[in-house]
Design a protein around this ligand. Structure first.
Ligand SMILES: Nc1ncnc2c1ncn2[C@@H]1O[C@H](COP(=O)(O)OP(=O)(O)OP(=O)(O)O)[C@@H](O)[C@H]1O
Ligand SMILES: [Mg+2]
Length: 478
């Protein structure tokens, strides 16, 4: 195989296991979607949410108070005036503050996580329940894997937003404003001088960090494709070997493997820039603080205590900026995930329950197909005007070529799909008028697929009996 051919194979491979809709990592911020997401927190807006905010508030007050106590009181009053009694009081006060902070933090972490887990739990339950009621055509269009990813991964990726994101966004915005106000009230000149690093910090925490996170997400995507390919290869090993496709398969594998290496390399390279740049921006701030701050102290336009408090607050400055950047990124990820989740939630069953469904207590089993036409995909026709009459109690067998529509007839009797034209009638009732639950309660279907869920503990008697008869090999298969 020439190098060119090998490369073509590699590229061809990269397109397999690739689902564009499922791979969108971020989407622009969208208020409508955000309000819909916030609905999930609403049930806790009178209990967990205010409790978490209370704890956050205590934590913020303590964090803002301690540097002021150290600079303005410990240094400028107690130390400079050698007032030991005041010093002891201050130490006791700081210890008490830290203890309260410890309690508040403990409470906050617990509450915020319970809040996050509850919302995720509610969302996942709603999604699963909803998906279960969707009609068969929904599952025909999607692979089980892609549904799984939405119920597990997409819901998980909202978790971070629900746990820390929403609480932190308010806390950090408040903290940032408070720190800026305090810095300016301590020394407007020094605050102005030091805040030249602000744009750099914003740039790092949003753009750069986002860029790095994307490269790591790219790594994760390629890893999942590597897994999918490996899974397929191992399961299909007999086929690969019996058609002597080992080389072909190895070339495909090498395509993804190489791509994996490339993406990891890029991610590592970008990460290597990030940490040092953060340190640099902190360093610039510190150098300005030392240089200009010392001049102000020597000129006696600033007290030493004020300088210390200022240094403390400057040290605290990075955290809220960095976290706000992080939350912003989280929001974009949440937009992509929630869009996929809401797409499922907005999906309606195509087989609809009648407005006033007829409930059958008993079913005799007279089945009529009246000029039934059916197509799965509106392209190929599976049933062309079929008319059948089955009497109650009659046993019939449908015999025909593979793909001739035998299973399709069984699917229509259970109303997994509605006919495109014509009608299916059981005991004189059009299936569209019957309650779905009562219809399916009276029919046991043994599917061609060998997959049988473990329903041995089920409370549903017909289902249990059906499983039992399958196990005893007494049933009718189609
Ligand atoms: N879920 C589906 N989506 C799209 N087309 C389908 C689906 N299931 C079946 N078909 C198509 O509908 C036609 C009838 O299929 P059906 O499964 O009813 O055949 P069958 O008679 O049961 O075949 P077999 O003997 O292999 O079980 C076939 O052309 C098949 O490819
Ligand atoms: Mg069949």
């Amino acid at each position: 195989m020439s190098q060119k051919e090998t490369n073509q194979k590699k590229n061809a491979y990269s397109n397999r296991f690739y689902y564009p809709q499922d791979e969108a990592i971020e989407k622009p911020f969208n208020w409508k979607q955000m309000t819909r997401l916030l609905e999930y927190i609403k049930p806790y807006s009178k209990t967990l949410l205010p409790a978490a905010f209370g704890a956050v508030l205590v934590n913020m007050i303590v964090r803002l108070l301690v540097p002021i106590l150290i600079g303005q009181f410990v240094i400028d009053r107690a130390i400079i005036n050698q007032d030991y009694q005041l010093l002891v009081y201050l130490i006791i006060f700081v210890v008490a503050l830290y203890f309260i902070n410890y309690l508040a933090n403990h409470f906050r972490i617990k509450t915020v996580n319970v809040l996050g887990q509850r919302t995720i739990h509610d969302l996942r339950r709603q999604l699963f329940t909803h998906v279960q009621y969707l009609s068969h055509d929904f599952f025909d269009k999607r692979s089980a894997g892609s549904i799984l990813v939405r119920i597990l991964n997409d819901v998980n990726s909202l978790q971070e937003l629900f746990t820390n994101g929403i609480i932190n966004i308010l806390m950090d915005a408040f903290m940032l404003i408070a720190i800026i106000v305090i810095l300016f009230s301590l020394s407007p000149q020094l605050a102005l001088a030091v805040l030249v690093i602000l744009p750099l910090m914003f740039y790092i925490s949003t753009k750069l960090r986002r860029n790095i996170r994307r490269t790591w997400q790219n790594v994760r995507l390629i890893r999942s494709r590597l897994n999918s390919h490996l899974n397929e290869s191992l399961q299909g090993m007999r086929i690969t070997q019996s058609f002597a496709q080992e080389n072909e398969n190895a070339a495909y594998f090498e395509g993804v493997n190489q791509e994996n290496y490339e993406r990891e390399r890029i991610a590592m390279k970008k990460s290597a820039y990030f940490g040092p740049i953060i340190e640099m921006s902190n360093a610039i701030g510190t150098v300005i603080l030392i240089a200009y701050g010392s001049v102000l102290i020597i000129n006696q336009s600033m007290e030493i205590g004020t300088f210390v408090t200022f240094a403390f607050f400057l040290g605290m400055f990075w955290e809220p900026i960095s976290r706000l950047g992080q939350i912003y990124n989280q929001l974009l990820v949440a937009m992509a995930s929630s869009e996929r989740i809401f797409e499922f939630l907005d999906e309606r069953p195509t087989v609809k329950e009648a407005e006033t469904p007829v409930i059958l207590d008993d079913m005799k089993g007279q089945i009529t197909f009246d000029k039934v036409k059916f197509s799965y995909d509106d392209e190929r026709i599976a049933l062309h005007e079929i008319s059948i009459e089955v009497k109650a109690g009659q046993t019939i067998a449908l015999v025909g070529h593979t793909g001739s529509g035998k299973s399709t007839i069984a699917n229509l009797i259970s109303r997994f799909y509605d006919p495109t034209d014509g009608s299916v009638i059981i005991d004189g009732h059009n299936l569209r008028d019957l309650s779905l639950e009562s219809l399916r309660e009276h029919i046991s279907v043994v599917l061609q697929d060998t997959f049988i869920p473990d329903y041995s503990q089920s409370h549903h008697k017909p289902l249990r009996n059906c499983i039992k008869s399958i196990k005893n090999n007494q049933s009718i298969f189609h």
